[in-house]
Design a protein around this ligand. Structure first.
Ligand code: PEP
Ligand code: MG
Length: 325
């Protein structure tokens, strides 16, 4: 499939209306990095650092992590890489870490909650990231931030590590971006100061959708019940776009839906200007976005809403099948 879209590799995802959507890829292992060249992604919008922890039988050392992150930045060759700090708990369990027995792990002690309560591993990881950057730009994103105060605490923690590395005589990143993943509806309603403080926000649609509809992403009985193209969900996405626009906070979407062409098109129609997806999706998503006028796509969504449709999918498929305006 990659070859099919090879001709588009160096073309931007510019829609017929002139709007360009910036396409990035998700990664988690060194083996993913060669795709950066072939896929035509502009950078790595989500580097899932927990994969390194999941494939081992003990906690990696700081030096090993720093070397790996440095290789990732080398391979990215100046393109932006957003490193997400350890996102464990819920569906991602480390075999060598003591597990709490929780009745609802998805709603439990996971991601940044663990990082703030027991900062040891996150501290080591942040130090490794700063050393890996070694004077290059660094973008760090905290997963599963549910409220402003958590972001402040995580950010302060990172800034303290920066200070410590300075005292130790290490070279600091030339530029530091600190962002948050928006994966719980609560963060969409955070005070304005959250959006002002965050250098960027990325919607983790996999989690956000499961909490929006209260439907476990791991549970086959319910996970397909609620469509991403559900009008309520798209309206919610639009509100997040608007909140970020108020403060000029860059916003991206990095859940799996960003890599599904029709979903990506609808996200772009709701105002998303940066999507991050698996590398093989970059070509197909770009192909579709270049074919359509997002202003017209937006009208299709609004008409479906007017008509009281639950999902805009049938209307959108119809529109696309009819040549998309
Ligand atoms: C998400 O929740 O959409 C996301 C990108 O993170 P993960 O799938 O790793 O939880
Ligand atoms: Mg998530």
């Amino acid at each position: 499939a990659q070859e099919r879209y090879a001709g588009l590799r160096d073309q931007p995802a510019t829609a017929k209306c002139g709007t360009t959507v910036s396409l990035h890829m998700n990664a988690g292992l060194m083996a993913d990095l060669p795709s950066l060249e072939g896929s035509g992604a502009e950078g790595v919008g989500l580097f899932r650092t927990e994969l390194q922890f999941l494939i081992r039988n003990k906690v990696p050392r700081r030096g090993e992590l720093a070397a790996l992150y440095a290789r990732v930045l080398d391979a990215a060759n100046g393109r932006r890489v957003v490193f997400r700090t350890l996102d464990i708990g819920s569906d991602k369990v480390l075999p060598y870490m003591k597990r709490q027995d929780e009745p609802n792990p998805a709603l439990g002690w996971r991601a940044i909650r663990v990082g703030l309560d027991k900062p040891g591993v996150m501290t080591m990881q942040l130090q490794a990231l700063i050393r890996a950057a070694n004077g290059r730009p660094l973008a760090v994103m905290f997963p599963f931030v549910a409220q402003y105060e958590e972001f402040v605490a995580a950010r302060d923690h990172l800034l303290r590590q920066i200070e410590r590395e300075r005292e130790l005589g290490h070279v600091l990143p030339e530029k530091l971006e600190i962002g948050a993943m928006l994966e719980t509806p609560s963060l969409a309603f955070a005070p304005r100061k959250f959006f002002e403080l965050a250098d960027f926000v990325s919607i983790g649609g996999n989690d956000l959708k499961q909490f929006f509809f209260a439907a476990d992403r791991e549970n086959e009985l319910v996970r397909r019940r609620y469509d991403t193209l559900n009008v309520s969900f798209l309206r919610f996405i639009e509100q997040i776009v608007a909140r970020c626009a108020e403060t000029d906070t860059p916003l991206s979407f990095c859940g799996e839906d960003a890599g599904r062409p029709v979903e990506a098109l609808c996200l772009a129609a709701m105002g998303l200007r940066m999507l991050s997806m698996r590398p093989a999706s970059v070509g197909p998503v770009k192909h579709l976005i270049r074919r359509v006028n997002l202003v017209e796509a937006r009208k299709v969504i609004e008409a479906a809403e007017e008509a009281g449709e639950q999902s805009v999918r049938p209307a959108m498929m119809n529109w696309l099948a009819g040549g998309a305006g």
